[in-house]
Design a binder for this molecule. Structure first.
Ligand code: PMT
Length: 396
């Protein structure tokens, strides 16, 4: 419920992507936002107002002179009592009208009369997007402080391929969440590790663990929403890259160490969330080991470098945050790890809470004491942890 209490006006213009606006609305409502929908007559050719009404639980407006508004001022009522106005999809025609201050239907009038920020998610044929007139209009909208979400590049409804697809609803919701997040880490560079490592035994087998990457990815998103430039060094996981985050895929602890050490000195904050294998196999076979090769193969293990301790030891290195997943005696083990790795902040979680799943329970250990956070989704905990880090690093 990251958007709980937020009031949003969702404008929908005519275009095949209008059907995606229904999913966008559903996701915004699911996040707790109170959404009022206004659509153009063109949009009503693609999706009915009934769909949006059912999903928002609110009346939907198309006509500026709708008699349901007692004062006949739908444009004022709908655009003034909201924290944000989003138009998705935003057609080339709508962008042109808003860029030029025209107000000839409910939606364009709302855009002109609004007292809140406006985000637009363009959707149109690639030639229309590339047309110099659209380029001019978009430049003018941006100069006027209107936020541009996309468009994405890809296959279009007309069969052509290029820039002009509306961003996926999930990506728009992500941008909306970022919009409402205070920029606590603006101009900061945050480096994170996430997920498990995979230490090869032979060409197809390896040693790994059950880290899903969810905690680390949630933190990467939260840091990005807080305005940081984020680099995520990720072990093998099946998660999409958070929008705006630079992702570097690695497999083994040694690859993770190389990727981290190449960037650590230039980072302001390093958050080690990855469940890194403590040991790797010394005698990795380049081929698939055969069962009938005779005897049970013996694995010789060697210790992996401690990436977090290595970064914490850098002179003028980043502010370091470590994680510890323990099965018992969380406080004792977490405090010991904090001292051993010499990090100012250590985040403890129990393995039964932390590994996999969308929820977790975190306890923060720092110079000021012990701070347990209430059990919550990894998304919520990530936001709270970023706030705590911003506080400790003196930027909030
Ligand atoms: O990915 P999820 O399914 O969401 O699960 C999240 C998590 C449980 C993996 C995460 O919240 C977590 O606790 N990660 C740390 C796991 C752990 O117990 O790490 P550790 O005790 O082995 O290491 C302590 C710290 O040193 C960690 O920050 C780790 O990233 C770091 N480390 C460890 C070993 C090593 N060779 N290099 C390191 O940088």
């Amino acid at each position: 419920m990251e958007l709980k209490g937020k009031r949003i006006a969702l404008g929908v213009t005519g275009g095949i992507a209008a059907y995606k606006a229904a999913e966008l609305l559903r996701l915004l409502v699911k996040q707790g936002a109170e959404v009022r929908v206004a659509m153009t007559e063109g949009a009503a050719h693609f999706v009915t107002a009934t769909t949006f009404q059912a999903l928002s639980g609110q009346p939907v407006f198309i006509d500026q002179w709708d008699a349901r508004m007692p004062n006949a001022m739908a444009h004022i009522d709908l655009s003034r009592q909201v924290d944000l106005m989003i138009v998705a999809p935003a057609s080339a025609d709508f962008l042109a009208r808003v860029a030029n201050g025209l107000a000839d239907n409910l939606l364009t009038t709302m855009a002109l009369a609004r007292a809140c920020p406006l985000l637009v998610a363009p959707a149109m044929n690639r030639q229309m997007w590339e047309n110099p007139a659209t380029r001019r209009n978009v430049a003018r909208l941006q100069a006027d402080g209107i936020g541009l979400l996309g468009p994405a590049v890809g296959e279009q409804a007309c069969g052509e391929v290029g820039a002009g697809r509306m961003l996926e609803p999930e990506d728009i919701v992500e941008a909306v969440q970022a919009f409402f997040t205070p920029r606590l880490l603006a101009a900061k560079k945050v480096l994170l590790t996430a997920g498990p490592t995979f230490e090869a035994i032979d060409a197809v087998r390896g040693i790994t663990n059950l880290s899903s990457g969810r905690m680390g990815y949630a933190l990467a998103r939260a840091a990005r929403h807080a305005g940081a430039a984020v680099t995520l060094v990720s072990g093998p996981v099946a998660l999409p890259t958070p929008a705006g985050v630079e992702r570097i895929n690695v497999r083994s602890a040694l690859e993770m160490q190389t990727a981290v050490m190449a960037r650590a000195a230039a980072s302001d904050i390093f958050i080690a969330v990855a469940a890194v294998a403590d040991y790797r196999v010394a005698n990795v076979a380049g081929h698939k080991l055969k069962k009938d090769a005779g005897g049970i193969p013996a694995l010789e293990l060697v210790e992996n470098p401690d990436i977090l301790a290595g970064v914490a030891a850098l002179e003028n290195g980043p502010f370091c945050v470590g994680f510890a997943a323990e099965s018992h005696d969380l406080e004792k083990h977490a405090q010991a790890k904090r001292q051993k790795k010499k990090v100012p902040l250590l985040v403890g979680n129990l393995i039964q809470d932390g590994f996999g799943g969308d929820e977790n329970r975190l306890v923060l250990f720092d110079d000021h004491g012990i701070h347990p956070l209430p059990p919550a989704s990894k998304t919520t905990l990530a936001r709270q942890l970023i706030e705590h880090i911003a506080h400790l690093t003196g930027v909030a």
